[in-house]
Structures are given as structure tokens and as C-alpha cells.
Design a protein around this ligand. Structure first.
Ligand SMILES: [Zn+2]
Length: 541
């Protein structure tokens, strides 16, 4: 009260003087109270166009009312879950974030490790002191970390997914929690990186055993529940076999959506004085897609059901935050997927299946012929090689000579498109093509292989199903949709990267951009938020 007395007196006595001395009052930007950052694992861009007529839920709303970027790419190599999810909210590239793949060879321990495995943590939520997961390999900040460090009110940051890496990497190192599913019991778990025990509401969610509610259930195409043939019938006994099939069904996404609602509600997200961030990654689309490929009717059915479950999620978020104006939704995918080689060959398209053992044996044989006996290739990542450096030292050969020989041997395979050696990549030679750039953006010297090999389009390892990881559009081209709050409907044809999401959200929230950011602010999305402030300023003059 006393603090106000003097200015009030001045204002009354010398109104004009006061008006000159005081800066014009600035109406604060109306920031979103709740951000949902959604990734649908393996959701190709063309799923937003091929099945558009059948969408009536969340995807329909985002496509018809939101900001739609039709040429958005995960512009790195390999295009896999960990790299895509790390890029999503760091705005970074694998070469800087350190997340170069789902797995890589760790020279210190002499074994291949996952992007999020962390022996110093324990799994929370299941019995038996199992090793936990954490973002300790992520060496840059996420949007959530920047929100936490910004002193702009209190922000809750939580990540959820069926996969640990997809819950952990988008939410970041300072996240309040990340939750994922135990692959055996279907229980929601976390790790001691975040907390020593699950909160009561997650424990009671686990008591409901939602994952096991589909034991023996048959998944029918939508609208054919009575007359049709089921896509699959789930096993009747719980366990790993059940879980691995259940993960391929829409029921897994349904459970994740229920968990998202529970987290938002019980954490009071969107109701505090800051902005809260929930990252959600739906994994069932990826598990299914690997098994049946993008042309299968199951994928269409799954996509239509994804649209429905997203509709439920959007409605819950709007209710939770007290109105659509308080919510900002961004949706993308971590990568796309290649057609099944047999399907492609039948329609006169190129590609095929490669035999990994034969591929490695031929490169190994070339190295032995040139440099002498020994096991030269110590590990692989995607189609790239790591060499045994002790053997190289023992044989007194140059590392670059071994790299060149292996690269030359790989190039003799009919399905290899191009190679990159560690020596080449460390020199940062001028890159000529888009694929060169994708590779350069992804080479992290401590973790990357000694030779990176890019296959020709549509070639895959593995005897059945399909996969992703290539730098080609079917793997890199993904949806990018923003909806809610001040977002205006626009369809942008601009070529954008998924690394553009984090700086755009940082601009809207007026927080620092994440440390490894290489993306650009998407003006189509951010401008209405920023204009809101300048508009209110002008009104005062
Ligand atoms: Zn996958």
C-alpha cells in the first residue's frame, strides 16, 4: 500500500509528467498454459492425405483448423525413433545432441548400448531392481529444460510413451517425470533419474491393469466388428508374447491416451501460473507398421483410430486448460517407413532384401585380404562399421586405410549407394548433396561408426516386414501440425525441418532456444503470438 502512495500522488498532481516518465504499460503475451507435443511413431506424411476423408477427430481438426506444413522432414540419418524424438524438442541434430541412433557402439564399455540405457539408474514401478533409463546421453537442452530454467513461472514437464526413449528424449534432463511401459507386464514405469517411487495416481492407474484388458480380444476393421475378419486375435495369456502383439494394436494407443488424461488431471497441468508441457509419443503405429508395412489395410485402420484417439486427447486438453485458447498442440512423427520390399517389387518398383551376414562377410574378407587375418569389424550401426582399433594398431596400418578399403568393398555391393568415412567426416569436407548434409548433421565423433554406408532406395535388411532409417523421403517426410491458442489456419509449402519446432515454441513462450538448436522460427505459427504483444503496445500509444 505505502509503495503505491507516491506514484498515485504524482499522477494526480502532475498527470502529464507522469505519463512521460512511465513506460507504456505492456499487456503480457497470452502464452499457452498447456502444450502437448505429440509424436506418432512411424506416421508417414502421406497418412494425412491418403486417409484424410476418413478422419473426423484430432487429425481432422488439426488439418482443417491448424497450421499445416506439408513439406516437413526429419533431416538427418538414420531416421529412427531416438534421433527423431531427440530432434523434436531440442531443435538439434544428432551431430550436436549426441543421440545418433536407437543404439550405437560404446568404445569405452566395448558393447552396443541403447540411447537411453543408464546403469546408474533403476526402473521404478516394477519389482526386481531392473536397470533404468535416462536422458544422460542427451548433451543438449530441450524446450522443457529451457522452460524450467527461464524463471517464467513454474512449469511442469512430463514425457510419456510406450517406449522409454520416446518418453525420455523429448522431455529432457530436467523433466519432472518420464513414463513408459514395461514390455512384460504392461505396467507404467519410470526410473530413479526422476523419482524414487511412482506417484499414487500412477500406482492406481497400474492397479487397473489396462494393458491386460485386451487378452484374447480380436481386432476387427472399424465398422466390420460383426461381419468382418479380424486383423489379429491377441493371445489369451499375459506375458511377453502377449505384450509384443498388443503393442501392434490400437488398444496400446488407447491406453497411452488414458494415461495422458490421468497425468494432465492429477498433475493439474495447464492450471498453474506457468506453461506446462506434456510430450506424448504413440508407439503402436510403429510396432504395427514394421510387421505389415504402409500399404496394409491394418495401417489405414490404425491411422483412422489414431485420428479418433487424438480427438479425445485434444478435447481433454482443452477442458483441462480451461479453453482452446490456453492450449497449443504440435504433432509430428519421428520418421516414416519404407514399403515392404515384396510389395514394391510386385508393382515394378526397385529395391529388395539384403543379407546382412553376407554383406559383412564380404567387407571383412576384403579387409583380411588387404591387411591380414583378424576380426576387423567389431560392431555395426545401421549399415555402418566400427573397426577394432587394437587390431589396427597391432597390424601397424592407418585407420584411414582400413576405412577406405571397407568403403570400397561396400561400394561393390549392388545395393550400396554411397559411403562416408570417419576421416572424411572429421575434415568437414564441403557437402554436395542433401544426403551428404543429412550424414554430416548426424556424425558425432565419439559415438559414430568408422564408415557410414547409405543403401539405394527401398533396400532393407531383415527377412520379413519393413523398416526405416534411410535419408529418403519415405523415411524423412513427416506431418507437422500446430493447433489451438493463437494458431491460425495456414497450409505452408515451405521446406521445413522438425528442428524448427523447438525454436518456434521457445519464441512463443519467450524462453531461450535450446542449446543445440539449428532450427528456424516458423513465422506462420509464432507471429500471431508475437503480434499479439506488439498489437497491444500500439493500442497504448
Ligand atoms: Zn520403428
Amino acid at each position: 500500500m505505502r509503495r503505491c502512495a507516491l506514484p498515485v500522488l504524482f499522477a494526480v498532481t502532475f498527470p502529464n509528467l507522469f505519463a512521460l516518465a512511465a513506460p507504456p504499460a505492456t499487456k503480457p503475451i497470452r502464452r499457452p498454459k498447456l502444450i502437448l507435443a505429440i509424436a506418432v511413431d512411424q506416421f508417414r506424411y502421406d497418412y494425412t492425405t491418403r486417409f484424410r476423408e476418413r478422419y473426423t477427430g484430432g487429425l481432422a481438426a488439426m488439418l482443417s483448423e491448424g497450421a499445416v506444413f506439408i513439406d516437413a522432414h526429419q533431416d538427418h540419418f538414420p531416421t529412427v525413433t531416438a534421433t527423431g524424438h531427440a530432434t523434436f524438442l531440442t531443435g538439434s541434430v544428432p551431430a550436436t545432441s549426441g543421440i545418433i541412433g536407437n543404439e550405437w557402439y560404446d568404445r569405452a564399455s566395448g558393447k552396443t548400448i541403447s540411447s537411453v540405457e543408464d546403469a546408474s539408474t533403476t526402473l521404478v514401478g516394477v519389482e526386481g531392481n531392473k536397470e533404468g533409463s535416462s536422458p544422460h546421453n542427451l548433451v543438449v537442452s530441450t524446450l522443457g529444460d529451457e522452460m524450467k530454467m527461464s524463471h517464467r513461472g513454474t512449469s511442469k514437464v512430463i514425457g510419456i510413451s510406450m517406449k522409454d526413449r520416446a518418453a525420455i528424449l523429448p522431455s529432457g534432463r530436467m523433466a519432472d517425470a518420464a513414463y513408459w511401459l514395461d514390455g512384460e507386464s504392461g505396467a507404467v514405469v519410470s526410473s530413479t533419474w526422476y523419482q524414487q517411487q511412482l506417484p499414487a495416481y500412477v500406482r492406481s492407474f497400474n492397479d487397473e491393469k489396462t494393458a491386460l484388458k485386451s487378452l484374447g480380444v480380436a481386432w476387427y476393421p472399424l465398422g466390420q466388428e460383426k461381419s468382418g475378419t479380424p486383423f489379429m486375435t491377441l493371445p489369451t495369456a499375459p506375458g511377453k508374447a502377449y505384450m509384443s502383439k498388443w503393442e501392434e494394436t490400437p488398444y496400446a494407443n488407447d491406453m497411452l491416451e488414458e494415461l495422458a488424461e490421468r497425468v494432465m488431471h492429477d498433475e493439474h497441468m495447464g492450471q498453474g501460473n506457468g506453461t506446462d508441457l506434456l510430450t506424448i509419443s504413440f508407439s503402436a503405429n510403429d510396432h504395427l507398421g514394421h510387421a505389415v508395412g504402409p500399404d496394409a489395410p491394418e495401417v489405414e485402420d490404425m491411422s483412422v483410430r489414431t485420428d479418433r484417439v487424438l480427438g479425445k486427447l485434444l478435447a481433454a486438453a482443452v477442458k483441462q486448460a480451461g479453453g482452446r485458447e490456453n492450449v497449443l498442440i504440435v504433432l509430428t512423427a519421428d520418421h516414416g517407413v519404407s514399403p515392404v520390399p515384396e510389395v514394391n517389387m510386385q508393382r515394378k518398383m526397385p529395391g529388395g532384401r539384403m543379407d546382412k551376414a553376407d554383406y559383412l562377410a564380404k567387407v571383412e574378407a576384403a579387409l583380411e585380404a588387404k591387411f591380414g587375418e583378424g576380426k576387423w569389424i567389431i560392431a555395426t550401426q545401421e549399415s555402418g562399421f566400427y573397426f577394432d582399433r587394437d587390431l589396427i594398431a597391432q597390424k601397424k596400418v592407418k585407420e584411414s586405410a582400413v576405412e577406405d578399403e571397407a568403403a570400397a568393398a561396400a561400394m561393390k555391393m549392388p545395393y550400396v549407394a554411397r559411403t562416408y568415412t570417419r576421416t572424411q567426416l572429421l575434415r568437414h569436407d564441403a557437402m554436395q548433396s542433401q544426403i551428404d548434409e543429412y550424414v554430416a548433421r548426424s556424425f558425432y565423433p565419439e559415438r559414430g561408426p568408422d564408415v557410414i554406408v547409405i543403401m539405394k532406395p527401398y533396400y532393407l535388411f531383415g527377412k520379413s516386414g519393413t523398416s526405416h532409417g534411410s535419408p529418403y523421403d519415405y523415411d524423412s517426410h513427416v506431418p507437422l501440425l500446430f493447433w489451438g491458442g493463437n494458431v491460425k489456419h495456414v497450409v505452408s509449402t515451405k521446406l521445413v525441418g522438425i528442428s524448427d519446432v523447438a525454436p518456434t515454441l521457445a519464441a512463443i513462450l519467450q524462453v531461450e532456444t535450446p542449446s543445440g538448436n539449428v532450427g528456424h522460427i516458423l513465422g506462420d505459427v509464432a507471429a500471431p503470438y508475437l503480434e499479439q504483444r506488439s498489437g497491444s503496445n500500439e493500442a497504448k500509444h
